[in-house]
Design a binder for this molecule. Structure first.
Ligand SMILES: [Zn+2]
Length: 420
C-alpha cells in the first residue's frame, strides 16, 4: 500500500520500506508485532471462511489420507460439528449425552426404540436438531458477511428469553442488533409456535419490534400476517431443514457426532500437534496498518479491511507452505474448520524486523507471546512423504527380490562349478 505520511511529508511505499517513525514505535513496543500478527491471523481467518480457499486444502488432505472431508466439504463438516457442540452445551449440558460420539449414538438409538411406541420422543429430539441447526446457520451466515470484519455475532446461552443472538461491534463492544432465531421443519404460518413466541416476548418486554427475526423460508409472510413489524431474515427451506436433520441423525448413528474435529477425522491417529491448513503473510504493509490503527490514523474497520485484502494476496495453502517458516498463534485464534492458520514473514519484512529488533529477534518476540515455531507440519505434505517412502520401500523390496534371485542363480552356478 502507498500512503502519505504527515510526519515524513512523503509517500511511503509499503512494498519496500517502512516509515522511520513506525520503526521507532515498534522498537519501543515489540508487543505490537504480536498484536499485528494476531490481527493478520484474524483477518486471514475471515478471508478463508468467506473465500472457501481451505476447502481445496482439505480436499488435498482427503485425497491422500482417505478421509471424508472431500465429498462432504469442510463448510458442512464444520457446521455439523458446531451443531453437535451446541447440543452438548445447551439442551444436553447436564446429561452429557453429546460429550462424546459413543454416548450420543446410544442415546439416539434409545430415542428411536422409545419412539416405536411413543412417536413424540423422536419428534421432540428432531425439533432440537432443527432449532440448534438453525442457530448455528445464523452464526455461520453472519460470519460469512463482509460486515463480520468489524462485527461479531454470538449465540446467547441458557435459553435467554426472547432473544437468541446478539451482534456487537468487535472493537467498541457496543450492541448493534439482537436476533431471535426460529425454526420449524414445517412451513411457517402466522400461528406457528415460533411466531407466537415472538408476539409473547414482545408483550412481556423481553423482546422488541426492533429485534431481527431469523427463520426459515415463509417466516416473513407469517410474521406480517401475525401483525409483527420486526425485520425478518430468511434462511433454509423446510426441505433443507429435513435434509440437515437426516444427515445429523445418520452421523449420530455412525458414531460421528463429534463436538470438535479430531485429528482422526482429519486423517491421522499418530500425529500430534497442529495441522497447518494455510498461512498468511505478515508484511510491512500489515504491520504499518496496525501501528497506524494504534496511532488513531486509521479506524478499526479500515485497518481490518486493508489487512484482509493483504492477507488474501499473501495466502498460502498446500505445498506452497513448505517453502516458508510458519508461526502458529498459541491461543484460540487461528482455527478454521479444524485447520490451523499460521503466519509467515517475507524476505523484505524480515530484513526490516532484523534491523529494528536485531537478527532473528522477531521470532523470539512471537515465541514469548505464545506463537509456536518449528513444531508444525503440513499434513498434506506429510502424507506425500509417507507415500513416497512406501513407494521406495516397495521398490527396495522388488530390488531385494531381484538380488535374491540373482544370488540363487549364482549359487546354482557355483554348485554346478563345484560339481564339475
Ligand atoms: Zn513516515
Amino acid at each position: 500500500m502507498k500512503w502519505y505520511c504527515e510526519k515524513c511529508k512523503k509517500i511511503h511505499d509499503d512494498d519496500n520500506e517502512m516509515c522511520p517513525k513506525i520503526k521507532s514505535q515498534l522498537a519501543k513496543h515489540p508487543e505490537w508485532l504480536t498484536e499485528a500478527a494476531d490481527f493478520t491471523v484474524m483477518a486471514g481467518s475471515e478471508v478463508f471462511i468467506t473465500s472457501q480457499l481451505l476447502d481445496k486444502t482439505a480436499q488435498g488432505i482427503n485425497k491422500l489420507a482417505g478421509t471424508n472431508l472431500s465429498y462432504e466439504g469442510t463448510q458442512q463438516f464444520a457446521r455439523d460439528i458446531q451443531v453437535f457442540k451446541r447440543l452438548s452445551e445447551e439442551p444436553f449440558s447436564r446429561s452429557g449425552v453429546f460429550s462424546n460420539p459413543e454416548s450420543a449414538k446410544s442415546y439416539f438409538e434409545n430415542v428411536r426404540k422409545i419412539s416405536e411406541t411413543s412417536p413424540r420422543a423422536l419428534s421432540s429430539f428432531e425439533s432440537k436438531l432443527t432449532g440448534y441447526g438453525q442457530e448455528v446457520d445464523w452464526v455461520r451466515m453472519k460470519q460469512g458477511e463482509v460486515s463480520n470484519l468489524w462485527q461479531k455475532s454470538t449465540l446467547l446461552e441458557n435459553n435467554a428469553p426472547g432473544v437468541d443472538g446478539v451482534t456487537i461491534n468487535r472493537f467498541t463492544g457496543k450492541e448493534i442488533s439482537r436476533t431471535t432465531i426460529k425454526a420449524s421443519k414445517n412451513p411457517m404460518t402466522s400461528n406457528s409456535t415460533g411466531i407466537n413466541d415472538v408476539k409473547e416476548a414482545i408483550q412481556k418486554g423481553t423482546a422488541t419490534e426492533k429485534d431481527i427475526i431469523f427463520g426459515p423460508e415463509g417466516t416473513e409472510e407469517a410474521a406480517k400476517k401475525a401483525g409483527l413489524k420486526n425485520p425478518v431474515v430468511e434462511k433454509n427451506s423446510s426441505g433443507q431443514i429435513q435434509d440437515s436433520n437426516k444427515r445429523l441423525e445418520q452421523k449420530i448413528l455412525d458414531g460421528q457426532a463429534s463436538t470438535a474435529p479430531t485429528l482422526k477425522q482429519i486423517g491421522s491417529k499418530m500425529l500430534q500437534g497442529a495441522v497447518v491448513g494455510a498461512a498468511v503473510a505478515v508484511t510491512i504493509s500489515t504491520i504499518t496498518t496496525y501501528v497506524r490503527y494504534k496511532n488513531g490514523e486509521l479506524d478499526a474497520r479500515e485497518a481490518f479491511e486493508s489487512v484482509a485484502e493483504d492477507t488474501l494476496k499473501g495466502a498460502l495453502v498446500g505445498g506452497a507452505m513448505g517453502a516458508v517458516t510458519i508461526f502458529l498463534p498459541g491461543g484460540v485464534i487461528g482455527f478454521v474448520s479444524g485447520l490451523a492458520i499460521g503466519v509467515y514473514f517475507g524476505k523484505v519484512c524480515t530484513n526490516i524486523l532484523d534491523e529494528i529488533f536485531g537478527k532473528g529477534a522477531y521470532g523470539a518476540i512471537l515465541n514469548a507471546s505464545g506463537y509456536v515455531y518449528g513444531m508444525t507440519f503440513n499434513l498434506a505434505e506429510y502424507y506425500e512423504k509417507i507415500e513416497a517412502n512406501n513407494r521406495r520401500i516397495k521398490a527396495d523390496v522388488a530390488r531385494a527380490d531381484e538380488l535374491q534371485t540373482e544370488i540363487e542363480s549364482n549359487f546354482h552356478v557355483f554348485e554346478q562349478m563345484k560339481g564339475e
